[in-house]
Write a protein of this length. Structure first.
Length: 261
């Protein structure tokens, strides 16, 4: 009788647990030793199959081959340490073969008296699409704002403005040389008067773009460099004395015109 009581208790715990997560809006599966023990209603809808078909399947069958090692290692870590793992993003394979970008939250649980893992699945496909669209828009804005403006024969200017982030600096270092290779320039003026944050990243960009332009056979002139940028360069051991700097674009154009006479 004692064994029967224990069995009923385990069965009751399982049913109680199922009732808690069955109507959750998040797709949820319970699995142990890689085998699926339970799937809630949202999980059925998300994975595109009934519980009866999913229960017993290996969870790794829903994972792309290149991510299987990552998933199995995470499962081992969760079971051995007995604590929730950090959220992870990967691509899940639905029963119909459709690929979905998801975020997985994995928590160690007791399913009845069986150690298991509760995995909550959140579809992030739309979020990723939005992020991709925003990145595309940002790159388009960067492209427009990196215009090389002709001033006179053999002379152009690039006016910079705003804050130069890591991404923005990388984009500038990639696109400026590509644009310059089709330009027949003797002088390129890069104006920093619109850049409002002057930090080590800015100093690094200044020296990198100077060297790139020189290698292309073009004489770079930097304008609008405020004293705080010069001080920042000195603080990190950089010497601006080899660079041609002038206060304003007007002064740079006047200098070039004198050289051309």
């Amino acid at each position: 009788m004692e064994g029967l009581d224990n069995t009923l208790t385990v069965s009751a715990r399982k049913e109680m647990y199922k009732q808690v997560i069955e109507y959750s809006f998040d797709a949820t599966i319970i699995h142990s030793d890689h085998a699926i023990l339970y799937v809630n209603q949202a999980g059925e809808e998300f994975l595109g199959a009934k519980k009866e078909m999913l229960i017993g399947q290996n969870v790794c069958s829903m994972i792309k081959e290149e991510d299987v090692t990552l998933v199995t290692n995470r499962i081992s870590e969760i079971m051995s340490q007995g604590r929730m793992a950090e959220r992870v993003e990967l691509t899940l394979i639905r029963v119909d073969g459709h690929l979905v970008d998801v975020e997985l939250t994995c928590i160690p649980v007791l399913f009845g008296n069986q150690p298991a893992i509760q995995t909550v699945i959140r579809d992030i496909t739309e979020n990723k699409m939005r992020a991709s669209e925003l990145l595309e828009i940002r790159n388009e804005i960067y492209e427009i704002s990196t215009a090389i403006v002709p001033v006179s024969d053999g002379v152009s200017i690039i006016p910079l403005g705003g804050r130069l982030s890591d991404d923005r600096v990388d984009q500038l270092l990639d696109t400026i040389p590509l644009k310059l290779k089709d330009e027949d320039l003797d002088y390129l003026i890069i104006d920093f008067s619109g850049v409002y944050k002057l930090d080590e990243l800015m100093v690094s960009f200044l020296f990198n773009i100077h060297d790139i332009i020189r290698l292309l056979g073009i004489h770079p002139i930097f304008t609008g460099i405020r004293p705080e940028l010069a001080r920042k360069a000195v603080q990190i051991g950089k010497d601006l004395s080899d660079m041609h700097t002038l206060g304003t674009v007007k002064q740079a154009i006047q200098y070039i015109n004198k050289r051309k006479k």
